[in-house]
Ligand binder design. Structure first.
Ligand SMILES: [Zn+2]
Length: 161
């Protein structure tokens, strides 16, 4: 899959950051584009690259993930459980307004774009409240945690623990 499946604004972010299109960069982006909910740790990206037959030096991969995050192509969040960062495909400018849902079981992340209208209204109220208190908000992110449809046990199957 070519990286020209990258939305134009991400393409622009890649170019602005001056990131060279190395094979590793391409393969990493392909992995994230193939599954937009994927939010692996560094070690999981490493494993996925290796199972695809590409060996990348651990430090090089770490730097690459960092640079992709700095360039705004990936976002990263600390994962307390594994004590490492989890990376996921950054939201497009339109999606960034939408609340994020994270499954605590499989760590997949979804943008709830269907809810962006109502969450935008809620966001405005929050910003108004902050401004009223004299605070200057820069960024609002709504995150919802739970269990995704794929991780919920079916009725006749007990939940795995
Ligand atoms: Zn899940």
């Amino acid at each position: 899959m070519p990286t020209d499946r990258l939305p134009p604004e991400w393409q622009a972010r890649l170019e602005r950051a001056g990131l060279r299109r190395t094979q590793a960069t391409r393969r990493v982006l392909e992995l994230f584009l193939r599954d937009c909910g994927w939010s692996p740790t560094h070690a999981e990206v490493d494993a996925a690259l290796q199972s695809g037959g590409l060996q990348v030096n651990r430090v090089t991969l770490y730097r690459l993930l960092d640079r992709l995050a700095a360039a705004g192509l990936l976002e990263r969040q600390p994962d307390d459980e594994s004590r490492s960062w989890r990376f996921h495909l950054a939201a497009s400018d339109a999606e960034a307004q939408a609340p994020r849902f994270e499954c605590d079981a499989c760590h997949r992340q979804f943008r709830i774009t269907e809810a962006s209208q109502s969450s935008r209204a809620a966001t405005h109220q929050l910003l108004d409240a902050l401004a009223h208190l004299g605070h200057h908000a820069q960024r609002v992110e709504l995150a919802i945690h739970g269990t995704c449809a794929g991780c919920q046990p079916s009725p006749d199957q007990p939940a795995r623990r």
